[in-house]
Design a protein around this ligand. Structure first.
Ligand SMILES: NC(=O)c1ccc[n+]([C@@H]2O[C@H](COP(=O)([O-])OP(=O)(O)OC[C@H]3O[C@@H](n4cnc5c(N)ncnc54)[C@H](OP(=O)(O)O)[C@@H]3O)[C@@H](O)[C@H]2O)c1
Length: 416
C-alpha cells in the first residue's frame, strides 16, 4: 500500500465525487510514503494546515504512470503521479492526521528530569502571527529558572510548556491580519515572550510585530544567539543608562552571554570597559574589547572601581549580595541597571543617598531593536559568541551546564 496526504479541505471537496482532485501543488508533486513517515512528511509539506487526511491507496488502481523519485533520502519513498487526481475506488482507508512536531516539552515545574524531547501538537498561529520553521534556538539562564518554577509567580506558564525564547528560522505561514512586510520564506530572528516560550521546537508561532529579518551574514545558529542578550544590552546600557563615550562601565560576568555582548557594545559606545571574569576567561573577554579585567576570585572589584574614580555605569548581571557592592563601585549620580533582581531596601537607600539610579530591568521584545542588533552585526561591530552548538536531544545536559554558571558565550540548539 501507499499513503497520500491531503488537506482536510481537499478531502471535504471530494466527498460527492469519484475522483479526489489534487490541488495545483499536489498535481505536480504527489508524495507517497511508508506509513512511519506520514506524520513527518505531512508536517514538512503542509506546515500551516493543522488538519490533514491520510489516504491509504492501492497503487494498482491508480491511473497513469507512478514514478518513484530517484533520490528520496533515507528510508522514505516518494512517488510522483501526474494525472491530477486519485480515484476514490483506489482509496482503501483514510484517517485524520493530527499535526505533530518534535519539541522540548515540560509538563510540570521541576528539575532537569522534567525536560523531555518528544512529539507534541503543532502550534496554532493566530491571525496576527507568523508560523516559523525553527532552524536554531538559543538557550538562556531564564529557561532554567522558568522550567524549575523559580519564576512561577512573576512569569507563570501554562503546561505543556515548550521552553526557548531565542529563535532563528524561516516564515512558513502568515496570518490573515499580519501587517509586516516580511514574506513567506524569509529568514527571520526574534525573541518570544518569556511566558510563552515555544522556541525549542521544530515550529514556533510568534506575533509578527516581534519578528525581524535575520542578519544576512550570519548562520541561523549565530542569529539565534543574539535576541535575548542583544535586547538586554540595548535596553540597559543604551535606554536606561544612556552609556556614552568617555564613560567608565563595569560589566559583571563578562564571559557570559549578556557580558560578551555588553563588552562589545560598550566599546562601540566609546566607554572604558571594566569586567569581572575568572583567570581562565581573561583572554576571551580581552578579545571582545575589555580594557580592565578583574579576577573575581582573587580581586575586590569595589576597590578597583573606586580607585578608578567610581563607575559611571555598572551592568549588574549577578544580583543578590553583589548588587549592593555594585552600587558602592559606582560614582555619585551613576546608573546601575540590574537584570537579576530588584534592589533590597538597604541597596535602594544606599543608591538614593548617592543619587545613583538603579532598578531591575526586564527585557522586552522589539523588532526595531532587533534591526539595530542586525545592523551592529552587519557592520562587524558585534560578533556572535556561540561557544557550543548542540541538538535538542541534549536539552538536559544544556540545562545542567547552564545551572553551573560557568558557560562561556552562548549555547545554541541547531534544529533540522
Ligand atoms: N532581566 C533580563 O531581562 C535578563 C536578560 C538576560 C539575562 N538575565 C539574567 O542575567 C544573568 C546573566 O545572564 P547570562 O546569559 O549572561 O548568563 P550566563 O551566560 O550563564 O553567565 C555565565 C558566566 O557568568 C560568569 N560568572 C559566574 N559567577 C560569576 C561571578 N561571581 N563574578 C563574575 N562572573 C561570574 C561565568 O564566568 P567566569 O567563569 O569567568 O566566572 C560565566 O561565563 C542571568 O541570571 C540571567 O537570567 C536577565
Amino acid at each position: 500500500m501507499l499513503y497520500k496526504i491531503i488537506t482536510e479541505d481537499a478531502w471535504a471537496r471530494s466527498q460527492s465525487s469519484d475522483r479526489i482532485l489534487l490541488s495545483d501543488f499536489d498535481s505536480t508533486f504527489v508524495h507517497f510514503a511508508e506509513e512511519e513517515d506520514v506524520e513527518r512528511i505531512g508536517k514538512d509539506f503542509f506546515p500551516h494546515d493543522s488538519s490533514l487526511v491520510v489516504l491509504t491507496v492501492d497503487p494498482s488502481l491508480l491511473p497513469g504512470r507512478l514514478v518513484k523519485e530517484k533520490n528520496p533520502g533515507g528510508k522514505k519513498e516518494y512517488y510522483h503521479l501526474y494525472d491530477g487526481y486519485v480515484p476514490r475506488s483506489s482509496v482503501v482507508s483514510h484517517r485524520t492526521l493530527s499535526q505533530c512536531m518534535k519539541a522540548v516539552v515540560v509538563r510540570e515545574y521541576g528539575g532537569i528530569e522534567m525536560l523531555s524531547y518528544t512529539e507534541i501538537s503543532m502550534p496554532n498561529p493566530g491571525p496576527k502571527d507568523f508560523l516559523v520553521k525553527v532552524h536554531a534556538s538559543g538557550i538562556n539562564p531564564v529557561d532554567v529558572k522558568i522550567c524549575s518554577g523559580h519564576l512561577s509567580e512573576v512569569i507563570p506558564v501554562s503546561f505543556p510548556f515548550i521552553p526557548g525564547v531565542d529563535v532563528s528560522g524561516e516564515i512558513v505561514a502568515r496570518g490573515a491580519e499580519v501587517q509586516s512586510d516580511l514574506q513567506l520564506g524569509e529568514e527571520v530572528f526574534f525573541f518570544t515572550p518569556l511566558n510563552l516560550g515555544g522556541g525549542q521546537a521544530e515550529f514556533c508561532a510568534v506575533a509578527a510585530e516581534l519578528v525581524a529579518r535575520k542578519p544576512h551574514s550570519l548562520s541561523h545558529v549565530e542569529a539565534a544567539s543574539l535576541p535575548v542578550v542583544g535586547l538586554t544590552v540595548l535596553q540597559t546600557l543604551r535606554d536606561y543608562a544612556s552609556l556614552s563615550a568617555g564613560q567608565k562601565v563595569l560589566i559583571h560576568a563578562g564571559a557570559g552571554g549578556v557580558g560578551s555582548f555588553a563588552i562589545q557594545y560598550a566599546k562601540h559606545c566609546g566607554a572604558k570597559v571594566f569586567t569581572t571574569a575568572r583567570q581562565q576567561n581573561h583572554a576571551y573577554v580581552k578579545s571582545l574589547g575589555a580594557d580592565v579585567v578583574i579576577d573575581h576570585e582573587t580581586e575586590d572589584f569595589v576597590e578597583i572601581c573606586q580607585q578608578a574614580g567610581g563607575m559611571d555605569v555598572v551592568l549588574e548581571t549577578l544580583g543578590g549580595l553583589i548588587y549592593p557592592r555594585s552600587i558602592q563601585a559606582t560614582r555619585d549620580g551613576g546608573f546601575v541597571p540590574c537584570i537579576v533582581n530588584p534592589p533590597d531596601a538597604d541597596s535602594k537607600a544606599l543608591a538614593e543617598k548617592h543619587l545613583i539610579t538603579t532598578d531591575f530591568i526586564l527585557l522586552t521584545g522589539k523588532s526595531s531593536d532587533l534591526d539595530t542588533i542586525s545592523s551592529l552585526v552587519e557592520q562587524k561591530i558585534i560578533r556572535p559568541t556561540v561557544s557550543k552548538e548542540l541538538s535538542l536531544e541534549e536539552i538536559q545536559e544544556a540545562h545542567r551546564q547552564l545551572e553551573s554558571g560557568r558557560t562561556v558565550g552562548k549555547w545554541v540548539f541547531s534544529i533540522r
